[in-house]
Design a protein around this ligand. Sequence first.
Ligand code: ARG
Length: 572
Amino acid sequence: MPKPLATAQPNGLDFFAAPIRAALAASLDVDESLLQLERPRQEALGQFALPCFRFAKAAGKNPAELAANWAEAFSVEHITATAAGPFLNFSIDEDRLAAVVLESALREDFATGNEDCTTVVEFSSPNIAKPMHVGHMRTTVIGAALARFYTRLGHHVIKINHIGDWGSQFGKLVAAWQRWGSNEELEKAPIAHLLALYVRYHEAEKQDESLPAEAKKAFQELESGDDNQTRATWKKFTELSLREFEQVYARFGIEFDFVRGESWYEDKLTDILTWLDSSGVLKEDAGAQIIDLTAEGIKTPCLVKTAHGTTLYATRDIAAAKSRWEEFKFDQMLYVVGAEQTLHFQQFKAALKLCGAEWQEKMEHIPFGLIRMAEGKLSTRAGRVISLSEVLDRAVELAREAVDKKNPELATKAEVAEMVGVGAVVFHDLKHQRQKDVVFDWKEVLSFEGDTGPYLQYTHARCCSILRKAERSEPVLEEIDPKLLRGGKDLFVAVGRLPQALREAAQKREPNTVAQALLKIAAAGNSYYRENRVLGLDDDALTDARLAVIDMLRRTMKLGMDLLGVPAPEEM
Ligand code: ARG
């Protein structure tokens, strides 16, 4: 389990949690660590809640009675405690809440942490010679968001892209290339050509018996490690594939610390097999080497070496994990990979455990659900491949139509359409609970209303526009009378909850928590500027106060969108 994450300096609503807990602990003589404040079931009940069941039980009292007694005894300036059944709820005075949240949300360290932790996040990890598909979108977008959360909370984050570039399928690909490859096609559209070769191989294999032998020979050459023609060809495929993947990453604004294919661990495999053997876990099974995992409650053994002597996906994962442990000594290593690979992760983790590698406890598979296109299933086998870049292109095209309609005068239409299209796709992915399947419906993804990326972007752009039009210098915070901030309570509460949301998202590995918090902020922000005029007032003090609120909203939206990887255009 990762250590609890602490903020550097309590800000937002966190600011009030410490005094509440300290006061309770002092007057009630209970240990502060037991006082876990929660979020009340309804916003109207207050900003914090304390369930009293466990304390009532310990005291042999009725929880409601205990809550009522505690409410009466509670005395902290600006905070009111009220009992509601077995819960003790705490409400912060509106003016005080507004002043604290405004001040902290305008600081650079808003929603940050100082956790001393090394976190490896492995994500994206597409396979070369195949297009990245929408399943890779989820790992890419979720993994990048998690990495940003941990970075913000102060972790030393190491982002790894574990490219699938090794295995017998590459022997087949090289064999197909030798027969039908075209340099010209390869230059034009590398991945498309390689995919076509791969498909052709599988069709031809049925009629042509010499083909599998060619593939086998090619893979042997690859594995031999010599600098032969086969290896050079494979290297070229890898480079060209990576170049195409890079374009997608650039559109998402994602960079990795290490792009290491499975092949990178190849020269470590002999040592790994020796290590497994000396740990006494290897068993022979019809010429193959397996690790029996029944002691760990897993029926399917982990296959690490075939009867032909080749290593497998799991062998390379064992090698990668061990090599990363030795290199980074991580506190946690997260693998953001689809739920369909759950067994694989259970297997190689269990194998490591049997070898006495205690650090395997720090490894965690972060699974996610499938994406389904609203108009039908996506299936590679049915020949209907929807690549990730096609999805992005289509989103940008639709965004362009919307921008053309909404803001025909905009000078930066192309850039904005790119930001809106990509942002829409990213946010749609992250607003769902990670483990749930996602239905992808173009109309919904790109709508400017409702729980969408464009809606968040619009809220942010609207703030930028108000601030531009105001043409006033930045207000001095200390001079703002909190009374002038009235009318924004929902917004201050929503903004004030962002630090908590970030911590919770990091703990649960759930970007959705930040996405939902941001939607709440946007909704409250929209009501705020609908109900509280900002421009054209003849009261300078009030204008300054409201501009500060809009600036807080703009910054918080930007911060939240940055964390999720949703671009934030200033105009749209
Ligand atoms: N390349 C694999 C795929 O596209 C994902 C790799 C996941 N990571 C791992 N360490 N096995 O399905």
